[in-house]
Design a protein around this ligand. Structure first.
Ligand code: GRF
Length: 223
């Protein structure tokens, strides 16, 4: 019997271009996953519309209907578990998560963040890279832990900052790299080539001493 595809749920607050990239990778036969749910804290998120168009179940929960963050997060994660998801992908999910609520998912949840972590956790990453006169910028995919944008980094895509770049140009040049990075990491995760370990991620059974790097051909390698 063929292996059934890994069940994945995605959380997003915004337009969902990373979801679109994952769906395209799946369509091309490069990502053996089934999306069982796309969830959002914003009923008008573009990601929900994309999911509907792809016949993926959706869920919109309004944080204002809950007494506090923990109550929202516990309900959200209960529903994600009920969807049958084995893996969770955060792609532009703009909320800080409660540590207790997320703890059952440690090692099975990744986030994409538009900076070369550990630089620039949080917001306005492109602006901060420009203000610091950094020679390069990038995106990171990391395991999610209770520390905001602070879990172990799995892989990064890097790009040079050019003279005259502004925030928007930098974001626009980075996005296509994000769209290659996230499917590549999710593919390694669901194939279990990449595994969470309490002392740090392992890649092909070996400790991952520094993040994998996205190459021009879209593959991830140890540099
Ligand atoms: C991406 O830039 C991602 O790195 C950040 O939020 C943005 C989400 O974009 N965490 P989209 O909704 O996937 O288009």
């Amino acid at each position: 019997m063929p292996d059934s595809p890994a069940k994945v749920a995605l959380l997003a607050s915004g337009r969902g271009s990373n979801l679109a990239a994952l769906l395209a990778a799946r369509e091309r036969g490069e990502l053996p996953v089934e999306f069982v749910l796309v969830a959002s804290d914003k009923a008008n998120a573009g990601a929900l519309r994309l999911a509907e168009a792809a016949n993926i179940p959706t869920l919109a929960l309004d944080p204002r209907s809950y007494p506090d963050r923990r109550a929202f997060d516990l309900d959200l994660f209960a529903r994600l578990a009920a969807s049958g998801a084995e893996w969770l992908v955060l792609a532009g999910f703009m909320r800080i998560l409660d540590g207790e609520a997320l703890s059952p998912w440690i090692g099975r949840m990744i986030n994409i963040h538009p900076s070369l972590l550990p630089k620039y956790r949080g917001l306005h990453t492109h602006r901060r890279a420009l203000e610091a006169n950094d020679p390069e910028h990038g995106a990171s995919v990391h395991f999610v832990t209770a520390e905001l944008d602070g879990g172990p980094v799995i892989a990064q895509a890097r790009l040079p900052i050019e003279a005259g770049d502004d925030e928007l140009q930098l974001a626009q040049r980075l996005l296509p790299l994000e769209h290659r990075l996230l499917p590549a990491v999710l593919g390694l995760l669901v194939s279990q080539r990449l595994q969470w370990h309490e002392h740090g991620p392992r890649f092909d059974g070996q400790p991952l001493l520094r993040p994998l790097t996205l190459g021009d051909d879209g593959s991830l390698s140890v540099k």
